[in-house]
Ligand binder design. Structure first.
Ligand code: 13P
Ligand code: SF4
Length: 354
């Protein structure tokens, strides 16, 4: 839907008034009405890298979800303030691993006698607490664009990986990119005693996958892939690695949001694509590439927006920008110093991956 012209003008005016004091970052899943005001757009990796790109900006307005704003706070200087236009913009996947649960899991691994062999690798989509746990135990963060490199690095440090919190990204990377088998992976369920696993199972596993998933990508199914192939002969199926293993295994291409955009930019005119990722991005790409004769459809019409990404809308962005322009610091995301130090260690290991 087209954005309200009055709100567009107010956002523009507030941004102009703030000038170089504000830096607006926008994740690819954001609404069109919001993304038009982003100084930089990107996938989770690019936004983490670029968060520190404007040291002169006093305010970093993060149009994305809570864990991204936390990461931006961790990676920027103490006097830069990160603002999330709606504090309710969380991520259900990140919420699936709490600090208490992960500490308990580490106890289980210690009991089984394997903790010294385990290197934690945590997906960016996790709270600062989980990132700090990861840093403290010698691990790294990864995103969907560098998960293989993170796992290569981790298996140089130890024999096993505890992968948090997205079981699908962990399994897909291990099996699709690293040549492991499904039997090399076990799933740790934080709601069951000992994760629902025996010490023998833990000792035999190479990948210990946390039982978390993305509620949006988890809804694409093998039927979605089979149906679209039947409906659109010659279609290329391109999905995000947060999709289930059977979906990824049946797809033609797999990658992060930035990868998806690059693949469509490089695609020849006349090609047909079914995309399995969040709807705001797929719609934007369908509109952008239609004039070039590239047909882009959503992989499954029953899957909808990421509701928390969508919480950042133009009214919230206008409110945040106008408040900052009036000197009111609202919705600041600030990670405490101790958590920040260990989380930063883990994030810097990711940024240093070859
Ligand atoms: P990327 O943009 O890194 O592909 O991540 C997708 C996502 O789910 C962010 O929440
Ligand atoms: Fe979280 Fe999934 Fe939404 Fe990304 S798309 S923010 S992983 S719920």
């Amino acid at each position: 839907s087209p954005s309200d012209p009055d709100l567009v003008e107010r956002a523009r005016a507030a941004k102009e008034k703030l000038g170089s004091k504000v830096f607006v970052l926008g994740h690819h899943y954001q609404r069109d009405e919001v993304i038009q005001f982003a100084d930089v757009t990107g996938d989770s990796f690019k936004l983490a890298r670029d968060a520190a790109a404007r040291p002169e900006a006093e305010y970093i307005v993060f149009c994305g979800v809570h864990f991204m704003a936390e990461s931006a706070d961790i990676l920027t200087s103490d006097d830069q303030k990160v603002v999330l236009p709606d504090l309710a913009a969380g991520c259900s996947m990140a919420d699936m691993a709490t600090a208490e649960q992960v500490a308990e899991c580490w106890d289980v691994l210690t009991e089984a006698g394997i903790a010294e062999q385990v290197v934690p690798v945590s997906y960016m989509n996790s709270s600062a607490d989980i990132k700090a746990f990861t840093g403290k135990h010698g691990g790294t963060i990864c995103t969907s664009s560098n998960a293989k490199r993170a796992l290569d690095w981790a298996f140089e440090q130890g024999e096993k990986v505890l992968f948090l919190p997205d079981q699908h990204l962990g399994r897909n990377t291990a099996v699709r990119d690293m040549g492991m088998s499904l039997e090399d992976c076990v799933v740790y369920n934080p709601h069951k005693p000992n994760g629902g696993l025996t010490a023998e199972q833990l000792r035999a596993a190479k990948m210990i996958l946390w039982r978390g998933h993305c509620s949006v990508h988890g809804r694409f199914s093998l039927d979605s892939v089979n149906d679209v192939r039947e409906r659109i002969p010659g279609v290329n199926v391109l999905v995000h690695p947060e999709c289930k293993h059977e979906v990824v295994a049946a797809a033609d291409y797999v990658g992060s949001t930035e990868y998806i955009i690059k693949a469509l930019e490089a695609a020849p005119a006349g090609s047909k694509w079914a995309i399995g990722t969040e709807l705001n991005l797929v719609r934007r790409l369908a509109n952008r590439f239609a004039p070039e004769g590239k047909e882009i459809v959503f992989l499954d019409k029953t899957v909808c927006f990421c509701s928390t990404m969508n919480r950042i809308d133009l009214p919230h962005l206008v409110w945040a920008l106008e408040s900052l322009a009036e000197g009111n610091l609202v919705n600041r995301i600030e990670v405490d110093k101790e958590t920040e130090a260990f989380a930063k260690l883990a994030l810097e290991r990711m940024l240093a991956l070859p």
